[in-house]
Structures are given as C-alpha cells and as structure tokens.
Design a protein around this ligand. Sequence first.
Ligand SMILES: Cc1ncc(COP(=O)(O)OP(=O)(O)O)c(N)n1
Ligand SMILES: Cc1ncsc1CCOP(=O)(O)O
Ligand SMILES: [Mg+2]
Length: 290
Amino acid sequence: MSRAAFDFRLYAITAESCHPGRDLIEVMEAAIRGGADIVQLRDKETPPERLLGQARALRELTRRYGVPFIVNDYPELALEAEADGVHLGQEDMPIAEARRLLGEDKIIGISTHSIEQAREAVRAGADYIGVGPVYPTPTKPGRPAAGLEYVRQAAAEIAIPWVAIGGITLDNADEVLDAGARRLCAVSAIVGSPDPEAVSRELKARITAREAGHAADAAPPAEGPIRLRLNGRDTETTARTLGELIERHGLKDRRIVAEVDGEIVARSEWSRTLLKAGAAVELVHFRGGG
Ligand SMILES: Cc1ncc(COP(=O)(O)OP(=O)(O)O)c(N)n1
Ligand SMILES: Cc1ncsc1CCOP(=O)(O)O
Ligand SMILES: [Mg+2]
C-alpha cells in the first residue's frame, strides 16, 4: 500500500471483547467483505509481544483483500508484522519519532479531540486524523465526547484524510455525515454485531450515497470542452471532474496518484474536484505490486 495513494471510507477496528466465542479473523473478514477498506488491530489488554501472531494473521487477511492494515499504539509491532502503518494517540509516541522509526513509506494516523490538535497533527505530518469521540462510548471510557461541532470544524478546515470515530452506529451515522464527515470508523457497531458484514455494507452505502450527492451538487452545468494540461500535454476534455477524467482514461480502478496544480488529490475527493481550464493534471500510474 503506497502512502501517497492512501485513502479509505470505512475504518474497522478490532475489539475481541465485543465478539466472545467468535474468531477475530472471521469477524474482520466479514467487515472487509461488507466494505471496510482499512483495518486496525487495537488490543488494550494484551502486551504487544503477545500480539504478533494476531498482527500477522490480520496482515495476511488484509493483504489478500488489498486493504491497508494499521496497528494501534505500537510502531515496533507494526514494523515486525509488516503493517502499513500505526495509529497514535495524543499520549502515544510523537509523530516525528514514529516517522523516524517507521521510515517514509508507512502510514501514520493520530487521534485528535479538538481543531487545535487537528491543525497540529497536519503540521506534524500525519497521514490521517481520527476526529472524536463524536459521541461518548464505552469503547473509550473516560474520554469525553468532542461532539458534532468538532466534526463540522474538521469538515470546514482539514484537507488531509480524517475519520469520524466514537459511538458511531447505523442510528446516528447520517447525522455524522450531515456534519461533514466523509469517512466513518465504527468499532463496537461493526465487530459487536451478529452480522458485521451487513453493518459494514450499510455504513459504506450511507457514505457512498453522500459522495454521489456531493458530486451531483458540485457538477457545473454542461458546457463545451475545456483545455488543460494532462501529464504535460495539452488536452481537450469534456470531463467536468477529476473523477470523470480518470474514468475516461480507464484508470479508475488502477493504483494511481492524481495531482491538480501541484497538489495531490485524495481518491475520495476525485468525484468532487472540478476541473478548471488551464489546470495542470498529473496522473501517475504505479506498476507492479507492493
Ligand atoms: C482511527 C482511530 N482513531 C482514534 C483512535 C484512538 O486512539 P487513542 O486516542 O490513542 O486511544 P486508544 O485507541 O489507543 O485507546 C484509534 N485507535 N483509531
Ligand atoms: C478508540 C476510540 N478513540 C476515540 S473513540 C474510540 C472508540 C470507538 O469505538 P466505538 O465505535 O465502539 O464507539
Ligand atoms: Mg493509543
């Protein structure tokens, strides 16, 4: 998983205490089948030296499905298990130290509970941010809710991928999306459900339904073609969004990084990134595995 091309919409996190008697890998596989497109190993009970077996099994599972795998709290374990990255909290290892340890290719996410912490995380070079807890949740006892207002602030300001987390269920997912979230993370609602696949599928459907709505809202009225520079060449196109341009070039399902006017555009933003005449678009296609 390339760090530059990294994005996601539905984040599933392990919590074995939520599914006694059911196998961790089977539960997480169900979540992935339902549409979870990033998985985190989070276990606050077991010492990290005893988590390597689970971490390796989750690595194998996520690799099979082409889904990024993140380890909570333990950068060394992330390295040992060949995870794609680590998730850090405000009280965990600083981002700069984790970056030194993990190198340039690994994903580093960080929890934030206020817009000031989110700004600091962006400055420090986080690849994504956890925004929450949106609601109080027994999965994170003692951590007060940051509320929907913080989701609104993040939506207005934060340009790197950020995910709403904390107490999110099928009953309140819509109001979190209404507040501007484009990515959701649910722990107990997914892995504590008798049917993690169905819950994931429904959460993912809610997220993608919003994306389609945003793209439709953002699309300008149809006009004639515009000229732009595509990979250094003058190109005429009737595509209105970066997503349409990528689709027309047959690259939608390929591993590419898209840049407009020197800025990388996250995959989740392609469908609502409007193309302007004269824009410089670079579509970089990765060949080979990794
Ligand atoms: C995606 C995501 N967001 C937030 C957290 C919480 O991390 P942290 O604040 O370090 O708390 P613990 O999970 O370690 O209890 C997370 N793990 N993942
Ligand atoms: C780890 C963490 N960090 C902020 S909220 C949270 C727990 C979210 O779990 P749930 O989805 O069960 O409320
Ligand atoms: Mg932590």
